[in-house]
Design a protein around this ligand. Structure first.
Ligand SMILES: Nc1ncnc2c1ncn2[C@@H]1O[C@H](COP(=O)(O)OP(=O)(O)O)[C@@H](O)[C@H]1O
Ligand SMILES: [Mg+2]
Length: 304
């Protein structure tokens, strides 16, 4: 039987463009392999489209707000058609960097020290508080974005001007800056798939470093660390994946400094273009782009 797949991509998040690219590339690969594919935005017409097209599986190619945070997942649950990646609760927890950090800390997973900053509260003691609880430089970031959107490294002098750039959010995270290496790990269901190191030429692994070829971020695979440390970081990722009840593929982002892994976040909808990190880690481990997508489709489900 020719399987019918509905890919949902685009959306309204700041990662819309990346998602459209993910959708397009997954569609191309599926069509090449004999699948019947439709691509749709996550809009009001989606129920009608699902009713008329009757897909066997829905491939969620969205990133960021309303695509990776449990909202679209809860709508998909009502259709009773299996969809790829994590379910409602896991997506919501993983997308919320504040909540997931609390869960990591409760379960002895090291994550950078942090304080929350609320825009409706006074800023007067902020520098004092940062000096007491963290130290400069710090990283400020929204709790619910991706692709390094609105992530800034700040010092004492520029922190207020940078915070001002984020005032559309109700609250943000202020985190201690962890120098050192940037290592990311892919988990594929029960399989600890592997790790990759990123060496950005820019100040950090920001949006440009992630997506602009001209930024020349170096991808290093296999990661040059001992087997012992590699196993360690794979195990932390696996633990985080399980703790949050994730499904399918996830990618966890780490900083590695002074022989310690700091988990920055776990992504439930990691980029899935041919050049994205999870497909790169998969390819290194002998899993082709199509095999990876096929596995995701087989792994899709509802009510989890
Ligand atoms: N505490 C931190 N210390 C050092 N670098 C950080 C820290 N937090 C974020 N970064 C940098 O910013 C990038 C994006 O941060 P991350 O928390 O993964 O958010 P996003 O969801 O936008 O990917 C990281 O890959 C890293 O390069
Ligand atoms: Mg990240």
């Amino acid at each position: 039987m020719k399987k019918k797949i509905l890919i949902i991509s685009g959306g309204i998040s700041k990662e819309r463009v990346i998602s459209l690219d993910t959708g397009k590339q997954v569609a191309k690969e599926l069509r090449k392999n004999g699948y019947i594919v439709k691509i749709s935005e996550p809009n009001f017409h989606i129920y009608n489209l699902i009713k008329s097209f009757k897909p066997n599986v829905i491939f969620n190619a969205l990133h960021g707000q309303f695509g990776e945070d449990g909202y679209i997942q809860s709508i998909l649950e009502t259709t009773n058609i299996p969809y790829t990646h994590s379910g409602v609760i896991s997506s919501a927890l993983a997308m919320d960097k504040e909540l997931s950090k609390k869960i990591f800390l409760k379960n002895n997973i090291l994550t950078p020290k942090y304080i929350m900053f609320y825009f409706n509260r006074s800023k007067t003691n902020l520098i004092k508080l940062i000096n007491k609880k963290l130290k400069f430089p710090v990283v400020i970031k929204p709790i619910n974005e991706g692709s390094s959107v609105n992530v800034f490294i700040c010092n004492r002098l520029n922190i207020f001007s940078k915070i001002k750039l984020l005032e559309d959010y109700k609250k943000i995270i202020i985190e201690e800056f962890i120098p050192g290496r940037e290592i990311q790990v892919a988990i594929m269901g029960k399989k600890k798939l592997g790790a990759i190191e990123l060496k950005p030429k820019r100040k950090f692994y920001d949006y440009e470093a992630k997506y602009k070829k001209s930024a020349k971020t170096k991808h290093i695979i296999p990661v040059k660390i001992s087997k012992n440390y590699l196993n360690k970081v794979l195990s932390i990722s696996f633990k985080a994946h399980k703790l949050l009840g994730c499904r399918g593929v996830t990618r966890s982002d780490f900083k590695f400094f002074k022989n310690k892994f700091y988990l920055l976040e776990i992504n439930t909808q990691p980029g899935m273009t041919k050049l994205s990190l999870v497909p790169e880690i998969a390819a290194y481990n002998g899993i082709s782009f199509f095999d990876l997508i096929k596995w995701m489709l087989d792994n899709a489900s509802v009510k989890k």
